[in-house]
Every structure is written in C-alpha cells, then in structure tokens.
Write a protein that binds this ligand. Structure first.
Ligand SMILES: NC(=O)c1ccc[n+]([C@@H]2O[C@H](COP(=O)([O-])OP(=O)(O)OC[C@H]3O[C@@H](n4cnc5c(N)ncnc54)[C@H](OP(=O)(O)O)[C@@H]3O)[C@@H](O)[C@H]2O)c1
Length: 315
C-alpha cells in the first residue's frame, strides 16, 4: 500500500511516500480502515523529529514508522472480538497514545473503541481533522478548566487547530471569550463568537480583563504574562505536553495539560455537533498524501488557520 513514513528521526525531508508498505492485519479489538483522509497535527512533526516523548515509545520496535494519529475512512475488515462495526461503515477517530497510529497510509488498523461512525453529511476531510483537536479541546474546556457561563476566558492561538474548538466550546458554555490570533484571523475569531485580540498589534495583558480561565495553545511567549494576568484563583490549561508546570504550581495556580485518549462517546458527540452545524472545523489546506512533507513544513511554521489534512483516497 501507499504510505508516508520515516526511516529515522529528522526534518520534513525524512517523510517520504512508499508504494510497497505492507497492509496491516487488524488485531484483537481492531478494524482495518481504508483511509480517505488523515489529519496532520503538531504532534506528528514532534514524533517525526524525535522531540515528542512519544517518539521513542512508538519506534521501540524500530523503523520505518508511518506517521499520522487520526483519520476518516471506511471499514475494510473487522478484526477478532469486534462486533459493533460492520465492513463498509464510514468512521473517524484517532490512535490511542500507545498505538503506532500510522494513518498517513491507504490502510490503517485501529482499535474499534477509538472510532465512531462518521455522519454522511460531514466532509471526510473535516472528520479526518476532528478527533485529536476535538477531544483535546473537550478535555481542556470541560474536564480541566470546567468553563461555565460565569467565566471570562482567554484563549491563546484561538484560530489554530485546537484553538478553534476551544473557542466554540467556551462560547457554547456561555462564557465571555477573548481569543488571540494574528490580524488576518479576525473574521474567523468573530464568526465563532469571540472577541479578537490581535497579538501582533497589542499586548493581551493591556487589552483584556483579567480572565478566570486561560487556555494556552502557544506557551513559549505567553506562559509568563498569562500567569501574571490570570485572575486570583483562576485556572490555567496549557496545551503543549512539554510545558513545565512547576512555575505555575509554585505560584499556587491551578494548572494542567490535557491528556487525551480516544473515546467513542465523545467522538460521537463531536460528530453530532458538526452534523447539526453547532461546531465548525476550518481546514487551512488539504495536501495529497504525496506532499506529506510540505504539509509538515506548513504546520511546523505554526501559523495555520484551522486544520491541515492529507487526502489519501476518494470515496
Ligand atoms: N496536550 C495535548 O493532548 C495536545 C493535543 C493537541 C495539541 N497539543 C499542542 O497544542 C499546541 C497547539 O496545537 P494546534 O494543533 O492548535 O496548533 P496549530 O493548528 O498549529 O495552531 C497554532 C495557532 O497559534 C497561533 N499563534 C502562533 N503564535 C501565536 C502567539 N504568539 N499568540 C497567539 N497565537 C499564536 C497561530 O496562528 P497566528 O499566529 O497567525 O495567529 C496558529 O493559528 C501544539 O503545541 C500542540 O502540540 C496538545
């Protein structure tokens, strides 16, 4: 099968397409998915260059490693122990953290529990980019920050992959939401019901009230001023997993980083929100599988609006 893989850790040039990768066999509890599209996430380039804590674990059995943690596709084969999915069902979802994933490919074997049925009315390319950002935002907003209508929330990177879902979940919870993003992303932020804070023109600490909650998808340049700006007793959720939480803890700030595991019930809830138009996932750009390295370069620059997706096959 065709697949985009690495033979060692390194730059985007290490990501190359082969045509003779072995088609996986679904194991216990798994299904084989014929991939229509795969989502590209910052985690993917951190695995590709070896900087993610996951990189060593995923390659413990060696290279090559096909990249990609999430997809939308059609069930091609049902593995042993799976009784709740049938061949031909369109599904979307993501690999659990300990799973090799390998979604940048024509076929991937994934646990059935990590997938949910895909609504027919939602574009498979949108669904391919929904699971990882959707579940992360859900955990950040509802499980960790516990955002309510009484909260003022500041979201850093509000038009990014995760940020766009965080903003929409906070607005849906009734919160007053400020979202930082560069100048060109103003209309997207406002369309989602938030107040745009152009971080290229203004210091967010000067133009926003002290928030009860900060959800930070940026971290490096925003962490220190966010700790200073957060309201007394406020909650801070930082998205990048490599974040050092000690400085915030030392100041007595309630701080957390989301850890996600795929969950069919939550995936199904996200699908319903998309289907009924209460949630939108914007796509920045769709690349063919053959241009996976270019997709990584774009995501690595860190200024996309919404998701980057690889198209693997037509339905
Ligand atoms: N813990 C987890 O389970 C988990 C899950 C998913 C993602 N993450 C992490 O969360 C981070 C965000 O992920 P993502 O998928 O949303 O990334 P993304 O799609 O690349 O979005 C990043 C966004 O941040 C904006 N940005 C860049 N610098 C900024 C700044 N100084 N201030 C405000 N906005 C800025 C960018 O656009 P503009 O600069 O043009 O506004 C872009 O829209 C990544 O580090 C990722 O690895 C963690």
């Amino acid at each position: 099968m065709r697949a985009a893989q690495i033979d060692r850790f390194g730059g985007p040039e290490e990501l190359h397409v082969v045509t003779d990768a072995p088609t996986p066999t679904p194991g216990q509890g798994e299904v084989l998915v014929r991939v229509l599209a795969a989502g590209v996430n910052p985690l993917d380039y951190k695995i590709r260059d070896g900087s993610s804590g996951l990189a060593a674990k995923l390659t413990a059995d060696g290279f090559p490693l096909i990249l990609g943690r999430e997809c939308c596709g059609v069930i091609e084969q049902v593995g042993p122990g799976v009784s709740d999915f049938a061949v031909g069902t369109r599904v979307f979802g993501m690999a659990p953290l300990s799973h090799r994933g390998e979604c940048y490919a024509e076929f991937v074997a994934l646990p059935a529990s990590a997938l949910a049925p895909a609504p027919a009315s939602v574009d498979p390319q949108v669904l391919a980019g929904t699971a990882l950002v959707g579940l992360t935002a859900w955990v950040a907003v509802h499980d960790l920050a516990r955002v309510t209508a009484d909260d003022t929330v500041l979201v850093h990177g509000g038009a990014g992959g995760v940020g766009q879902v965080v903003v929409q979940l906070c607005v849906a919870a009734g919160a007053r939401v400020y979202a930082t993003a560069s100048t060109a992303k103003r209309s997207r932020i406002e369309e989602m019901g938030a107040i745009h804070v152009d971080y290229t023109q203004a210091d967010f600490t000067q133009v926003t009230p002290r928030p009860d909650v900060i959800i930070d998808g940026v971290y490096f340049s925003t962490y220190e001023p966010s700790m200073d700006h957060l309201a007394e007793g406020g909650r801070l959720v930082i998205l990048p997993s490599l974040a050092d939480l000690e400085p915030a803890r030392a100041r007595g700030i309630n701080v957390a980083v989301p850890t996600i595991s795929p969950d069919r019930e939550r995936l199904a809830a996200l699908a319903t929100e998309l289907e009924q138009g209460r949630l939108t996932i914007a796509l920045d750009r769709v690349f063919p599988l053959t241009e996976a390295a270019a997709a990584h370069r774009l995501v690595e620059e860190g200024h996309t609006q919404g998701k980057v997706v690889l198209e693997v096959a037509n339905d």
